[in-house]
Design a protein around this ligand. Structure first.
Ligand SMILES: CC(C)(COP(=O)(O)OP(=O)(O)OC[C@H]1O[C@@H](n2cnc3c(N)ncnc32)[C@H](O)[C@@H]1OP(=O)(O)O)[C@@H](O)C(=O)NCCC(=O)NCCS
Length: 152
């Protein structure tokens, strides 16, 4: 039986993380056109500063996805540790086989303290992502609104 593993990313994962991050942005309909070289730099900085934890999802040594997350320094309730999931991605070739659900279970068991809370943002342009998070038990908590002041 193949076993899903979650392990911290290493230097030699940086390029893979950048490529998968670009796919994630495309899949969720994110408006940014950030390119692979800039994403490589971003993931490299996160690896060295540890500002964001980067975990690789693997099956028998093969990368099937990744998760980027960090403890929120400003939790809703200071008594409840809160972990923010910034990026959660399953490779396109492995979707709709229950891997995302298994990965989230593994993440909750190994990266979230008992009694801890998880928060995340999901784009309005990503109904599949919204359905996924609802299916693993997440519920909407607030709507983030935006407006850009026109350039002069
Ligand atoms: C969202 C994502 C992580 C789901 O991964 P996955 O491995 O396909 O998810 P699972 O197979 O575990 O799906 C579990 C359930 O979630 C729901 N679900 C998952 N993807 C869905 C989709 N595209 N549309 C509707 N429901 C979906 C279903 O209820 C599914 O159960 P089912 O297959 O029995 O119907 C993956 O599609 C992905 O990486 N997307 C691009 C990045 C992204 O959107 N990340 C999350 C937003 S921040």
């Amino acid at each position: 039986m193949s076993v899903l593993m979650l392990r911290p990313a290493r230097e030699d994962d940086i390029r893979t993380l950048a490529v998968l991050n670009r796919q994630l942005l495309d899949d969720e309909g994110h408006p940014t056109d950030i390119a692979i070289p800039e994403l490589i730099e971003r993931h490299r900085v996160w690896l060295s500063t540890k500002e964001w934890h980067q975990d690789i999802l693997e099956i028998e040594g093969h990368v099937v996805g990744y998760i980027v997350h960090a403890l929120n320094p400003y939790p809703l309730d200071p008594a409840i540790p809160e972990r923010f999931v910034r990026q959660f991605f399953i490779d396109r070739a492995y979707r709709r086989q229950g891997l995302g659900r298994d990965a989230f279970d593994l993440f909750m068991e190994t990266r979230v303290a008992p009694g801890g809370r998880v928060t995340l943002d999901v784009l309005e342009s990503n109904p599949g992502g919204q359905a996924f998070w609802a299916s693993v038990g997440c519920r909407p908590f607030f709507h983030r609104m935006e407006l850009t002041r026109p350039a002069d």
